[in-house]
Design a binder for this molecule. Structure first.
Ligand SMILES: Nc1ncnc2c1ncn2[C@@H]1O[C@H](COP(=O)(O)OP(=O)(O)O)[C@@H](O)[C@H]1O
Ligand SMILES: [Mg+2]
Length: 241
């Protein structure tokens, strides 16, 4: 459904992305992994139409969306909720722009996320993990069929992060959305994804694409299995060379 064809981007003299080509299928969970500064957020801004590529095109379901906005739902690194809106009003923002609001679905998803008691609260009353869940539900409720998540859990502590990963999988497994997920955490990429795209640095090129073989549904046990550690080692080797 999403396709990047030979996308390149420089800022001044500095080339950040070089000839990036990648593909995300319907309902697929794809992670992009690379060290910080490698150009991951730049790639997302290009896909979202917030930046213009120097070369290459971006297609969504066959349509050329290069330099176009509004085709993709985007969850940025910081939850960035509207402080003056309640949680319910925040998660309905994407639908509001389309002129239709589905309160019941929003309420059901908030309840499922353990946020049933704070539907009418304001963002400042919530913890960091709760705000991330709200931002995620907002992205899920947006009408677009592809969701970009830019290191959504990097600011959370280890315990909250594992909970959030499990929660994300449980919601995503019931949904039809495709996800493109940015992370610099190998465990996170392996635990969540169907496919992992490994980037090099300066400029970022695709080093390798790994198909993750683990069955779903997945649980924490997987993180300690021999198979998991073997794949982790393999990815570390690709990143180092
Ligand atoms: N708007 C910009 N103008 C100039 N340089 C930028 C801009 N955005 C990002 N960069 C540079 O591009 C590189 C990649 O940044 P970024 O995409 O944010 O990396 P990542 O998300 O992988 O950490 C960095 O060196 C950063 O300084
Ligand atoms: Mg970034």
């Amino acid at each position: 459904m999403l396709e990047l064809r030979h996308v390149s981007k420089s800022f001044g003299q500095k080339q950040v992305l070089q000839e990036i080509s990648l593909h995300v299928s319907n309902g697929e969970f794809v992670s992009v992994i690379g060290p910080s500064g490698s150009g991951k957020s730049t790639m997302f801004s290009l896909i979202g139409g917030l930046l213009e590529p120097d070369a290459g095109e971006i297609y969504l379901s066959g349509e050329n969306i290069t330099n176009k906005r509004g085709f993709i739902s985007y969850m940025p690194q910081q939850a960035s909720l509207f402080p003056w809106r309640t949680i319910m009003e925040n998660v309905l923002v994407g639908q509001e722009l389309q002129g239709k609001k589905d309160y019941e679905r929003a309420e059901a998803m908030l309840e499922r996320a353990g946020l049933g008691d704070v539907i009418h609260a304001y963002p400042h009353e919530l913890s960091g993990g709760m705000k991330q869940r709200v931002a995620f539900i907002r992205a899920l409720l947006s009408p677009q069929s592809l969701m970009l998540l830019d290191e959504p859990f990097s600011a959370l502590d280890e315990f909250t992060r594992t909970d959030m990963q499990k929660w994300l999988l449980s919601i995503w497994e019931d949904d039809e959305q495709s996800i493109l997920f940015i992370t610099h955490n190998i465990d996170e990429a392996l635990f969540l994804s169907d496919k992992i795209i490994i980037l090099s640095v300066n400029p970022a090129e695709i080093k390798e694409v790994i198909e993750v073989p683990f069955k779903r549904p997945r649980d924490e046990e997987l993180l300690l299995s021999e198979e998991f550690l073997q794949w982790k080692r393999r990815i570390m080797e690709v990143i180092q060379f």
